[in-house]
Design a binder for this molecule. Structure first.
Ligand SMILES: Cc1ncc(COP(=O)(O)O)c(C=O)c1O
Length: 405
């Protein structure tokens, strides 16, 4: 039966976030009393460090309850600029080139909306975080998936991008460390892509939200390999490395004219990011020693879980996996568990949840439908048990003529 109203063409293509949908299904099963190991959520399982929580409490008591400038409080933008300038190879960032947003998601959306428009094409190295495709679509531009080779952990090269470029290409979305693969671009790989984008006059939107969660030290950011940054927008935030998902603080760094446009756009939608959360973020960025210790402790724990999971996934009978150098995801190949590789990840994820009580995200959410994504932002014992059940289900699903089961 018709619902009696229609939504506009703006949202005609819009799909619900598949990552959030999995968490909701896992929650529903838990509510029915089922035991579920939730390895679906892309959310740190740590609490925000205490020194940040205390600073926010103090800020509230001191009156941080009102609007701020749309682009965020100056000390926070100054702190973001200062930290970025420590590794920035381009002309120094000023606070006027930083826009604080309601999570990095808003920074990404605003950048896509401001830089791309009808019929523009935007290259999206794939697999990629589900929202990039939707954000580009919402800007009425066309996301063009560019699949990197599995042997390179799906990382793309300039040649890969060139093969998909047309005269309508306006930009490229980079994400290192990558959600969902955990792959990290080296400085030389990244500088090749940045050089190409500069030559072709493409915008680069570089999502560096996982930069600090990397197992060989912080990942290289585009500003440390670029010569000029007038067509680069970098995105970062507090959610992942500071375990501050619910605080909703992210930011975009862009040339002054672009930063002004992003601010104007935000002034008509959400205005400033939550004031007290900005003060918490400021403390996180200012108290360097405490922040470094907190991040190192979390990264060490993620490393322990990654290694334990890889021990099983690199053993006999296990599915293929991209060995991750960053973020907290494992991207697992289940193409051989179904006659239709285009459906394999979804079928596998559904059976894994319903029959084995483990929630993961089907690769279709990242435009790699034969794969699944596991988040190891969960207790070590749950990660290990979840991976064991994945291996067991794969063995059940392989046809008898398939070798290693
Ligand atoms: C690659 C990537 N970018 C951005 C975000 C959004 O982060 P935030 O919570 O800062 O909006 C996520 C969250 O899952 C992500 O995985």
């Amino acid at each position: 039966m018709s619902s009696g109203y229609t939504t506009s063409s703006n949202v005609a293509q819009l799909r619900e976030s598949a990552t959030i949908a999995v968490s909701q299904r896992a929650r529903a099963l838990k509510a029915e009393g089922r035991q579920v190991i939730d390895l679906g959520a892309g959310e740190p399982d740590f609490d925000t460090p205490e020194f940040i929580r205390r600073a926010a409490q103090r800020a509230l008591d001191e009156g941080a309850t009102r609007y701020t400038a749309v682009e965020g409080i100056l000390p926070l933008r100054q702190a973001i600029a200062d930290i970025t300038n420590e590794t920035n190879a381009c002309e120094p960032i000023t606070p006027g080139e930083v826009v604080v947003t309601t999570g990095s998601k808003q920074a990404l959306f605003n950048a896509c909306f401001a830089l791309f428009g009808a019929d523009d094409e935007v290259l999206v190295p794939t697999p990629a975080w589900t929202s990039y495709y939707e954000m580009v679509d919402l800007a009425r531009a066309n996301p063009i998936p560019v699949m990197g080779s599995v042997s390179r952990g799906f990382k793309v090269t300039a040649d890969d991008l060139e093969h998909h470029a047309t005269d309508r290409t306006r930009g490229v979305m980079l994400n290192s460390p990558c959600n969902p693969t955990g792959s990290v671009y080296t400085a030389s790989e990244l500088s090749e892509l940045v050089r190409q984008a500069a030559e072709r006059r493409w915008w680069v939107i570089s999502d560096e939200i996982y930069r600090r969660i990397a197992y060989d030290g912080p990942a290289t950011g585009v500003l440390s390999v670029a010569k000029h940054r007038d067509r680069i927008v970098t995105i970062d935030g507090m959610a992942k490395s500071f375990a501050m998902t619910g605080w909703r603080i992210g930011w975009a760094i862009a040339s002054a004219p672009v930063a002004r446009t992003l601010t104007a756009l935000q002034s008509h939608t959400t205005s400033n990011a939550t004031t007290v959360a900005q003060h918490g973020a400021l403390e996180g960025l200012r108290q360097r020693e405490m922040a470094e210790a907190a991040i190192a402790a979390m990264v060490n724990e993620y490393r322990r879980r990654r290694d334990a999971a890889l021990d099983i996934l690199q053993g006999p009978g296990a599915p293929g996996v991209v060995p991750p150098d960053g973020a907290f995801y494992l991207f697992i190949d289940v193409r051989d568990t179904s006659p239709d590789a285009d459906d394999a990840g979804s079928v596998f994820a559904r059976r894994l949840l319903e029959e084995k009580g483990v929630a993961v995200v089907p690769g279709a959410a990242f435009q790699a439908p034969g794969w699944i994504r596991l988040s190891y932002a969960a207790a070590l014992a749950e990660v290990v048990e979840g991976v064991r059940r994945i291996v067991a289900l794969r063995k059940e699903m392989l046809r008898p003529d398939q070798g290693d089961a």
